[in-house]
Design a protein around this ligand. Structure first.
Ligand code: G6P
Length: 608
């Protein structure tokens, strides 16, 4: 996830671009750059670091003069966050200058093709492919070139391009990454998000996928991918800047919940090719996978819950023994780790002190460290042997949602990869799982439509003092997460129990009206969980059953039911977590809590 801005008009472009980038910094902040037309050529200034670093560099080196420009703030996916990989990038002999937000999935094959045509690459980014490809197709007609580029690349993008021989124009396009055009008078704007232009205009065009915008200072023309002109309604912004940074959502948490379809898609699609799991970042060979002794999974908080789910899936599919540890426990319990073991480290921030220490502990004992991390080039990422990045983009709400979903899906990918290497699943089963996983984004999209239902449900339970979550197997892992989400943001006491364990003590806490969420989606465990539902019901609990849509067995015992679409049992956690996140959100709202910044918590815990 990155941020793009563009300006074309009569004012000096640099300050407007910098100002816009500052508004988009939440989208990524590991490097930044701007490019400005100086009349003949396009000058670029870019640097590793934040917008403030870019501003300083411009101050030191002299700001770029001109009235047309594009800018970018980066959240690295391909290539480390450094000066060279920072955008803008040049294409051809320098006549093209381009910024890009998204991921070009077929960049390797395009790079090979372009290299064969004589193009030279200087960065490790997928974006440079886009710049050269644009040059390759450009023969004086920018619309034609953009249309051809869009028909050639696979993946997601919002992109803006300056062309040396078209000094009065910016051409831009989008697919699966946001892009808006701000409408001014004798000036026009481009941005990934509305706040970047709100200071200058409240009238925008919100581009749809596969649309192209051609901006001059006097005009904005919109086209479809086949170069047919399209006409869109002007969107008039009525909200203020602060709300807009949340994309119109009241809270970052809500926005991030809603971003999960895209997050899951971005995490999975580059790693599922022709119905096969291909994890380029994983350097383990089939032989090495076959020789793994034990997998040690270490993490904290929600990431540890992903670890709990990962254990079930890896043991089930790949039959490799897994141990899941809280990183803070692992580091001090002198764990038995052998050189043929691997350590899977899960962390959104990549900076959690205990998780980092656990990684070092496992490595010091000879285990190979494979990390699942969201923040590129974070310490855990840098110290791991292999790092598989989740493509969640910056997560701002303290309570994680979209990073959790992305981590879960990387765990599925690893389990399938391991099982395949060991010959425990064949092509057919792999194909079925891959196809189902690729459907997850669209199913999660549907789940988001349950918002009103969950809002009402929260109203019913908002005054609860204790809430319990029960489930078995993968449902237990999601119970843990559902319970943590609820307690961390609503401050309601909540506990999650393996459903079979409840009767060994905790059931004494169930009294008339105590809400118990029963997650019951695993077919082989359904009857057992049903038994536990009856146990709590008999003691007066108010049961909320979270079940697959075809399961009716819990209906007669449940006071409320949340139904999620059916998919393979092992993928169910990707779905069941979503209503629990939304429920927790509305419970916290209903109790007047600071949803995005719960008391006493921090997004990244860099102390023990
Ligand atoms: C903090 C956050 C949690 C997160 C945990 C681990 O406690 O509030 O949401 O799950 O740290 O963070 P990490 O960045 O390592 O995933």
């Amino acid at each position: 996830m990155c941020g793009i801005v563009g300006y074309i008009g009569e004012s000096s472009a640099s300050p407007i671009l910098l100002d816009g980038l500052k508004k988009l910094e939440y989208r990524g902040y590991d490097s930044a750059g701007i490019a400005v037309f100086n009349g003949e050529n396009v000058d670029i200034c870019k640097t590793k670091g934040r917008i403030a670093d870019l501003e300083k560099k411009l101050g030191d080196e002299g700001s770029l003069e001109g009235n047309i420009g594009i800018g970018h703030t980066r959240w690295a996916t391909h290539g480390a966050p450094d000066d060279i990989n920072a955008h803008p990038h040049k294409g051809g002999d320098g006549r093209i200058t381009l910024v890009h937000n998204g991921i070009i999935e077929n960049y390797i094959e395009l790079k090979i093709m372009l290299e064969q045509k004589g193009y030279t690459f200087v960065s490790q980014t997928d974006t440079e492919v886009l710049a050269h490809l644009f040059d390759f197709f450009y023969n004086g007609d920018s619309l034609e070139a953009m249309s051809n580029v869009m028909k050639t690349v696979r993946g997601s993008y919002a992109t803006a391009v300056l062309i040396n021989d078209r000094p009065g124009e910016i051409i831009a396009a989008r697919k699966d990454s946001p892009l808006i055009v701000g409408i001014g008078e004798n000036e026009n704007f481009l941005a990934s998000d509305i706040p970047a232009v709100l200071k200058y205009t409240r009238d925008c065009y919100l581009l749809d996928d596969n649309q192209i915008a051609v901006l001059t200072k006097e005009s904005i023309k919109l086209y479809d991918i086949n170069k047919n002109e399209v006409h869109k309604d002007v969107y008039h912004v009525t909200w203020d800047v602060e709300a807009a940074e949340k994309g119109g959502f009241d809270h970052f948490m809500k926005k991030e919940i809603a971003e999960q379809p895209r997050t899951v898609r971005d995490t999975l699609s580059p790693r599922i090719k022709d119905s096969h799991v291909v994890i380029d970042e994983l350097s383990l060979t089939d032989e090495e996978i076959k020789n793994i002794g034990t997998i040690h999974i270490v993490a904290c908080g929600s990431a540890w819950h992903v670890g709990m789910a990962a254990r079930y899936v890896i043991e089930k599919l790949a039959q490799i023994p897994c141990e899941v540890d809280l990183a803070s426990e692992f580091r001090y319990r002198n764990p038995i780790v052998k050189p043929n073991d691997i350590c899977i480290v899960i962390s959104q921030s990549g900076e959690t002190a205990d998780t980092l220490a656990a990684l070092r502990e496992a490595k010091s004992k000879g285990a190979r460290a494979v990390s699942i991390v969201n923040v590129v080039a974070s310490t855990i990422a840098r110290e791991s042997d292999d790092v598989i990045y989740t493509m969640a983009g910056p997560e701002i709400a303290v309570a994680t949602t979209k990073a959790f979903s992305a981590q879960l899906n990387v765990a599925y990918l690893l389990a399938i990869r391991f099982a395949k290497a060991k010959g425990l699943i064949g092509d057919e089963e792999e194909r079925k799982l891959c196809e189902e996983m690729l459907r997850l984004p669209e199913i999660i999209e549907k789940l988001l439509e349950m918002d009103d239902y969950l809002k009402e449900l929260a109203k019913k339970y908002v005054d609860s003092e204790n809430v319990f979550f029960i489930g078995r197997g993968l449902d237990y892992a999601i119970s843990l997460e559902g319970s943590l989400k609820l307690k961390e943001i609503s401050y309601i006491h909540s506990e999650a129990y393996a459903a079979g364990e409840l009767k060994h003590g905790t059931i004494s806490l169930i009294e008339e009206g105590t809400p118990v969420f029963a997650v019951a989606t695993q077919s082989d465990l359904l009857e057992k969980t049903l038994g536990n539902i009856k146990e709590v019901k008999a003691r007066g609990a108010r049961v909320v059953a979270l079940v697959g849509e075809n399961h009716t067995a819990a209906d007669e015992f449940a006071d409320d039911i949340i139904r999620v679409p059916e998919i393979s049992d092992i993928l169910m956690p990707s779905l069941t977590v979503v209503p629990l996140q939304i429920f927790a959100y509305y419970m916290a709202l209903g109790r007047g809590c600071d949803v995005d910044k719960p008391r006493n918590l921090a997004k990244s815990v860099t102390v023990e």
